[in-house]
Ligand binder design. Structure first.
Ligand code: NAP
Length: 323
């Protein structure tokens, strides 16, 4: 029998893709924020108890990194208290919890890619709340998978890709931070990798999700690494090569021409933001490959795929389920 999967965050970058992919694996119940506000513990309890899922996929989060500096309580409620409660409720009914976390739980001082066992030391409020969420899940004893990812973007939503394209229609020169490195990860590739792992778990066990052999925390990002500056250059290069009537591109540029001629690398100090960011956000994906045999494509390949006319974004009219 197909498992029941409760998905949160179906309007987000990663959640939109999961909402399209997961129905192949089970009966997906995906309440929107109006049906399940994760700041409301009673709503979480009620939805968990009425839907009784075998798998909970928590793709919701408060991802406004700078806003979290002045409203850490809101970020804490969504990023830590809600996962804590989802984990407790899931444990009670023998369900598994799949959750996403972030490179921002690290301080970025390491000179090599971070592995899962490296000590955490978040530099900002968002990172602190996401770390608290991870710890609550691990401490709950629920069967869980935590996938830490980085620099997520999609052809919809709010992200660096769309910001650069918009700015490139407004300015001849773009100044972009060059001294932070990471792995830009496309929401679709991330969702595909997570879905493949869930599919294997369903296929490989008589009682889906009841086992916990693979329980734990994994890094899941695009392969390779780059800086925001190099990523911006790659975006503009691909955008100039792409068919300009690509619907998402035309919407990102509002049909205006790209007038940016130069991208200038600047330092983090030259672009002050409320929240500090790690200089090194690169995560090693070796454990993911070793345990699940899953590797995400290189960041540049992921970007190129976004500009391919064959690619259909998850926010276009598509099969979806709702609560
Ligand atoms: N974005 C990144 O660069 C990045 C980097 C590393 C890790 N991650 C992690 O990856 C995961 C997915 O991120 P994303 O980029 O897909 O996020 P996103 O696009 O910002 O989407 C967040 C989702 O959470 C929902 N949400 C927020 N507050 C809620 C609340 N109080 N109740 C119910 N739903 C709520 C939003 O619903 P509404 O549409 O109603 O607001 C939206 O569906 C998160 O765990 C995030 O921390 C993201």
């Amino acid at each position: 029998m197909k498992p029941t999967i409760l998905l949160t965050g179906k309007t987000g970058q990663v959640g939109s893709e999961l909402n399209r992919l997961l129905p192949k694996l089970g009966r997906v119940i995906a309440p929107g924020r109006n049906e399940l506000d994760l700041r409301e513990p009673e709503q979480i309890r009620q939805v968990m108890r009425s839907t009784k899922p075998q798998l909970v996929v928590n793709a919701a989060a408060c991802t406004a990194v700078d806003a979290a500096e002045t409203d850490e309580a809101n970020a804490l409620a969504v990023n830590a208290e809600a996962p804590r409660l989802l984990a407790q409720e899931a444990k009670k009914i023998g369900a598994m919890l799949l959750h996403f976390s972030t490179d921002y739980i690290f301080d970025g001082a390491k000179k090599a890619p971070y592995v899962e066992t490296d000590p955490s030391n978040p530099l900002n409020a968002y990172g602190r709340t996401k770390l608290a969420g991870e710890e609550a899940i691990r401490n709950s004893g629920v069967a869980h998978l935590i996938f830490r990812t980085s620099w997520v973007y999609a052809t919809y939503g709010r992200n660096f890709l769309l910001t650069i394209l918009r700015l490139a229609t407004e300015r001849e020169e773009l100044r972009v931070v060059g001294d932070q490195v990471g792995a830009p990860t496309c929401a679709l590739d991330l969702a595909e990798a997570a879905t493949r792992i869930v599919a294997d778990m369903i296929a490989g066990d008589k009682r889906p999700f009841a086992f916990s052999d693979a329980n734990g925390t994994y890094h899941m990002t695009a392969a390779g690494q780059t800086s925001w500056y190099e990523f911006a250059n790659a975006i503009l290069e691909e955008a100039r090569r792409a068919p300009q009537d690509l619907p998402w591109l035309a919407s990102a540029t509002m049909g205006r021409p790209l007038i940016a001629r130069r991208v200038v690398p600047i330092s983090t100090e030259e672009f002050p933001l409320p929240a500090r960011r790690p200089a090194n956000s690169v995560l090693s994906n070796a454990r993911l490959k070793q345990v699940f045999g899953v590797t995400l494509p290189d960041w540049h390949m992921q970007l190129q795929k976004c500009f391919s006319p064959e690619r259909i974004p998850a926010n276009s009219p598509a099969v979806s389920s709702s609560h």
